[in-house]
Design a binder for this molecule. Sequence first.
Ligand code: ADP
Ligand code: MG
Length: 276
Amino acid sequence: MKQAEVIAICNQKGGVGKTTTAVNLGAGLARSGRRVLLVDADPQADMSAALGWRQTDSLEESIVSVLTKVRDDMSFDPAEGILHHSEGMDVLPSNIELSQFELNLVGAMSRENIMKNYLRQVKGGYDYVIIDCMPSLGMLTLNALTAADKVIIPVQAQYLPTKGMAQLVDTIAKVRRQLNPGLKIGGVLMTLVDSRTILAKESMDAVRARCGKDIRVYDAVIPVGVKAAEASGQGESIYSYDAESKPAKAYAYLTREVMRDGEKEKTDRLRDSESR
Ligand code: ADP
Ligand code: MG
C-alpha cells in the first residue's frame, strides 16, 4: 500500500503564509485527485477557520481529543475528529485547548512522537498529510517535524532574511539527528511577494543566496493578492474563490512542483530497491 507523504508547513514567524499555503496546497492536491488530510496543529485554529469551521472550541472531537488518546495509550477510531470539506480534503480541526495540551506534554513519555504515532494509524487512507504548524518551535512543532517526511518553509519576501530562518534550519537538522533521520527540507516558498517593490526583489535574491545549493527554493512564488485573504474569509480555497487570480495560479504551480517531487522520490526509491 502506498504510504502518505507527510508535509509540515513550518516557520516560527507568524503571518508568513503558512496557513494559506497549507489550505491551498491541500486543496490543490485534492483537485488533482489526491487523498488529502489537513492537520491543524495551531491552537489558534486559523486553518480550521479558513476552511469554514469557526467555532471549533465547541467541538468535542479534534486534534486535542485524538492526541490525548494517543498520549494516554488509549485506542481511538481513526475517523475521530475528522471533518470533510466540500472541496474534497479531510480536515482535523484544532482549538484553543491544544495550547494546554502542549504544556502538559512536558512530562509525557515519548512526547515528541505523539503526532507521528497518531498519523501512523490514520495515514494509510491518504496520499498526502499536510500539517499546518503554529508560529513557534515548541513541542507541537517538534511533534510535526518528527511526524513529517518533508518540511515546506514559507518565507515572507518583504523583509530581508532574518536569524529566524537559520534557527529553523538548525532545529530541522537537530530533529533529523535526534528524532527523525528521514526528515527533508522540501523547499523554501516565497510568499506575500509584491513584485512592484524593489524590496521584494532584493529579499528574494537574499533568500536564494542564503539557501544556496543546499536548500531548494520553489519556482512557485506566491504574490500578495487580496483574493487569497478573501478566500479564507469565505471558508474556501483560492481555486474555488477565484481560479483566475494570481495567487490561484501560483498555488497551482506549487501543487505541481510538490506532486512532481513526490513522484520522483517514489521512482528513486523503487530504483534503489531494485538495484539492491
Ligand atoms: P501564518 O499561518 O504564517 O501566520 P497566514 O497564512 O495566516 O500566515 O497569513 C497571514 C495573513 O496574510 C492572513 O490574514 C492571510 O489571509 C494573509 N495572506 C496570506 N497569503 C496572502 C497572499 N498571498 N496575499 C494576501 N494576503 C495573504
Ligand atoms: Mg497560521
